[in-house]
Design a protein. Sequence first.
Length: 127
Amino acid sequence: MSIKNSIFSFKNGVRVINCTPHSIRFQDGDELIEVPSSGLVINAKPVEEKVSEILVTTRFVGDEDGRKIIKAIREVDPEVLIVGSIIAAQAYPGDVVAMTPVPGFERVPPSEKRMRTDKFTVYRLHA
């Protein structure tokens, strides 16, 4: 599937491309929309930094493949929201967003999840 054909528009005008390895179910007004994976999966890996003898802090870092995917998507549509996992959103701050569940669907099995089309989580670069 091409990047252009992988972009979905919701009733509120928000456009997304799904860069997770699975389909995502969005609540679009009164309709449930299943947005398939674009096949462009943006990954990240955890890196631990030692804080003390028993404590570590974990940050998530992206890779060159992820940056290439983001660049390719931005060349096709600079405004589309690139939807990834919460880990990918942390690893590529400002470039990848994570989903927010519909109220009441926060703690349900993945097969019952419903995500919002009007609210996404984004991380910022730290100063």
